[in-house]
Design a protein around this ligand. Structure first.
Ligand SMILES: Nc1nc2c(ncn2[C@@H]2O[C@H](COP(=O)(O)OP(=O)(O)OP(=O)(O)O)[C@@H](O)[C@H]2O)c(=O)[nH]1
Ligand SMILES: [Mg+2]
Length: 218
């Protein structure tokens, strides 16, 4: 009996989230803004990637940065002089559409080309929560271990682009980045995969090209 009630509650939450996510996507489309949800493990390089994209991409970028507490990542993004909102999730380990919809009220979407959302760092909780973005990018790094991809199948099944980052330190941590690529491909044959060393800007142009291609396909 207990279990049935749990499933019903979860189902209703997901349904309500999806309804708001659809509204967000409509809002983005009306403003010609391409939305990206960046998910990934703690410290994999999500904020660093967004900073690099702001520095190197054409087009106007607004950012929503999710942190459990405080505005750590929003503070980093702010230094790049782009519109940014920091959202706190408190005890929650993911952003949800309701939070994002409120955050968007404070961003000048009609002047923007891209909305980049940095989700809370982990590979589990964000999976089920559609934020109304057009694509999801998952960022993992070799320092989390080369079994990270196979251990977190759902997020790779549900992402459009996987970035295997920090390949500059793969040898030092004994990680096989090719294994991570083939694990991701096995889980999701449609996923695009790019190996990067963001520290050295390696692979950054390919990431930019991939995002632009996704945007142009709309
Ligand atoms: N060696 C190396 N370090 C990197 C690379 N990319 C990012 N880093 C470093 O990794 C650390 C974490 O990067 P962040 O961008 O803060 O990671 P994050 O995914 O935003 O982390 P959370 O928001 O806490 O989940 C920083 O010290 C970066 O400088 C890389 O390609 N190589
Ligand atoms: Mg971050």
């Amino acid at each position: 009996m207990h279990k049935v009630a749990d499933i019903d509650v979860a189902h209703n939450i997901m349904k309500a989230n999806k309804k708001i996510a659809d509204r967000i996507q409509k809002n983005l489309d009306e403003n010609n803004v391409f939305g990206v949800d960046f998910v990934g493990a703690i410290g994999s390089g999500k904020t660093y990637l967004i900073e690099k994209l702001i520095e190197n991409m054409d087009g106007k970028i607004a950012v929503v940065a999710g942190d459990v507490i405080s505005k750590f990542d929003a503070g980093r993004i702010e230094k790049h002089n782009v519109p940014v909102i920091g959202l706190n999730t408190g005890k929650e380990c993911h952003l949800d559409a309701h939070l994002i919809e409120h955050g968007l009220d404070d961003l000048p979407l009609n002047e923007m080309d891209y909305l980049f959302i940095e989700n809370v760092g982990n590979l589990i909780c964000p999976v089920d929560f559609d934020l109304g973005t057009h694509i999801r990018i998952v960022v993992v790094s070799v320092s989390e271990g080369d079994d990270t991809v196979e251990k977190h199948p759902l997020i790779f099944k549900d992402s459009d682009l996987a970035i295997i980052n920090k390949i500059d330190i793969a040898d030092a941590v004994g990680a096989d980045s090719d294994k991570m690529v083939s694990d991701a491909k096995l889980l999701n044959p449609d996923i695009k995969i790019i190996k990067t060393s963001l520290k050295n800007n390696q692979g950054l142009d390919d990431v930019i090209l991939a995002i632009e291609e996704f945007k142009n396909k709309l």
